[in-house]
Design a protein. Structure first.
Length: 64
């Protein structure tokens, strides 16, 4: 299904207003490993990374 120019503009506008970009660098080959793990958990790569960050922060804050 083709995406219209209006849909593209609306998506870009929403992303600018609602999300921040974060670049993560991993060693060569690790992306595929992480992506495979996320898929086995039924998650997207982005969803898995967000969950991993959230859970780690919660665990770290519980130690305080």
């Amino acid at each position: 299904m083709a995406v219209s120019e209006a849909q593209k503009r609306a998506t870009e506008k929403w992303q600018k207003e609602k999300v921040d970009d974060l670049r993560v660098r991993v060693p060569k080959g690790q992306r595929a490993v992480i992506q495979g793990h996320a898929a086995r958990q039924g998650e997207s790569l982005n969803g898995f990374i967000n969950r991993a960050i959230k859970e780690t922060m919660e665990r770290d804050n519980a130690k305080r």
